[in-house]
Write a protein that binds this ligand. Structure first.
Ligand code: C5P
Length: 227
């Protein structure tokens, strides 16, 4: 069986990564969470004081990009890859709300996108990959054989995210999560470089009223028809 490229794009907290991860597992493909890459750059910018403090300095971040190393390292016992920033495991920190609040701003920067897209294209050059993000089917792999665009109502998505953050022990309110989801969607869809949009040949998949098992079954079947 030939290997293909699978691009999963869509709005924030639509469950893209859960689906992508499981789909990759069942097909024996590599899974890449590109959101984690933008989150790691954001964490770096926060730690260096380029964003999130009194003053913002995006030019300094751009000049500093060559000093930033981001890498996925496979964790055998967990069965998935974790994000490392300059050698440090930052998996937990990049998922927390402070990073979520600033990541979409960092993702508007063309220089950041150029660096990350080049890394993503390199990771997927052998095919046999499931990659999720916002611009995978439109910019990173416009020739991907199978593209999905995931949507769900903002309230459904915020509620799922809220539960996930609570489970991880974070102190958040539903309202602040909803606000974050809506603001990221807005910035992601309106930015100048590679805005979030459905690729013409992507299948739109609304999972507002669908459980995980059903989503996986359907998407897996779609994928098998393309392989
Ligand atoms: O997928 P996740 O919610 O972790 O992505 C975090 C943010 O990273 C998105 O809201 C978006 O601003 C940015 N992103 C992007 N392009 C991608 C993946 C993520 O701009 N391919």
């Amino acid at each position: 069986m030939g290997k293909i490229t699978i691009a999963i794009d869509g709005y924030s907290s639509t469950g893209k990564s859960t689906i992508a991860k499981q789909l990759a597992k069942s097909l024996g493909y590599v899974y890449v969470d590109t959101g984690a890459m933008y989150r790691a750059v954001t964490l770096y910018a926060m730690r260096q004081g380029y964003i999130g403090g009194k003053e913002e300095n995006m030019d300094k971040l751009i000049a500093d990009l060559p000093n930033l190393s981001i890498k996925f390292v496979y964790n055998e016992s967990l069965g998935f890859s974790e994000m490392y920033l300059n050698g440090e495991n930052v998996e937990k920190e990049i998922r927390a709300l402070p990073v979520s609040r600033l990541v979409s701003k960092i993702a508007t920067l063309e220089a950041v996108r150029i660096k990350l897209v080049a890394m993503q294209q390199e990771m997927g050059k052998e095919k046999g990959i499931v990659m999720d993000g916002r611009d995978i089917g439109t910019v990173v792999f416009p020739d991907a054989e199978f593209k999905i665009f995931m949507t769900a109502s903002p309230e459904t998505r915020a509620f799922r995210r809220y539960k996930e953050l609570l489970d991880r022990g974070e102190e958040v309110t539903y309202d602040e999560v909803l606000k974050n989801v809506q603001s990221r969607d807005y910035i992601d869809s309106h930015r100048e470089f590679s805005p979030l949009k459905k690729a013409d040949n992507a299948i739109e998949f609304d999972n507002s009223d669908m459980g995980l098992k059903e989503q996986l079954e359907r998407i897996h079947n779609f994928a098998l028809r393309k392989i």
